[in-house]
Design a protein around this ligand. Structure first.
Ligand SMILES: [Zn+2]
Length: 175
């Protein structure tokens, strides 16, 4: 059974534990967890991959065009209190941006149109189901062409390999 003294000692421990926590590090960890949540909401494996597949509209807003045809507008700075905004078409996304940013002149309209044009539609990996950018230069470095059937269907060499292994197992009746 615990005595009062134990509880107080326990609190001391708690306080010294709190004192010893590197809060900056903790907050950074929370931030990166939240950013990964944001990425998951948009169908990506990680924040890094989401950012790579997106186009910057302003430093505060990025555009993404998902494999199911939806467009998304998300913020790397306001993500804690602002969910991504989705549109079903390019026109709808343009209208949302025009409303939200109150585009002041023809030049701004032109800029938004060009940015929309530069967004490459992502694909969905048939192995893991995550979105990926088929035009990511990283893919060339991976050299996925060797031995993988239809490498363009996979987000990564890992997924391509998993699929090969799965097929092998199936062919040999191992599962
Ligand atoms: Zn994958």
């Amino acid at each position: 059974m615990k005595k009062d003294g134990d509880v107080i000692n326990g609190m001391d421990d708690w306080e010294s534990t709190l004192d010893n926590i590197d809060w900056k590090e903790v907050l950074q960890e929370i931030d990166s967890a939240l950013l990964d949540n944001l990425a998951a909401e948009l169908g990506f494996r990680s924040y890094e991959l989401l950012k790579r597949a997106s186009q910057m509209l302003t430093p505060d807003y990025y555009l993404i065009h998902l494999s199911d045809g939806r467009w998304g507008l998300w913020s790397p700075t306001h993500y804690k209190h602002q969910d991504p905004i989705f549109a079903h078409s390019r026109e709808e996304m343009f209208a949302l941006i025009q409303d939200g940013f109150q585009l002041p002149n023809e030049e701004a309209v032109q800029y938004v149109q060009e940015t929309l044009d530069s967004v490459r539609q992502t694909q969905r990996c048939i192995q893991c189901g995550f979105e990926f950018d088929p035009g990511d230069p990283l893919r060339e470095e991976w050299g996925m062409e060797s031995g993988v059937k239809a490498p363009e269907q996979f987000c990564s060499p890992e997924c391509a390999m998993e699929s090969v292994v799965k097929q092998l197992k199936k062919d040999h009746g191992w599962e």
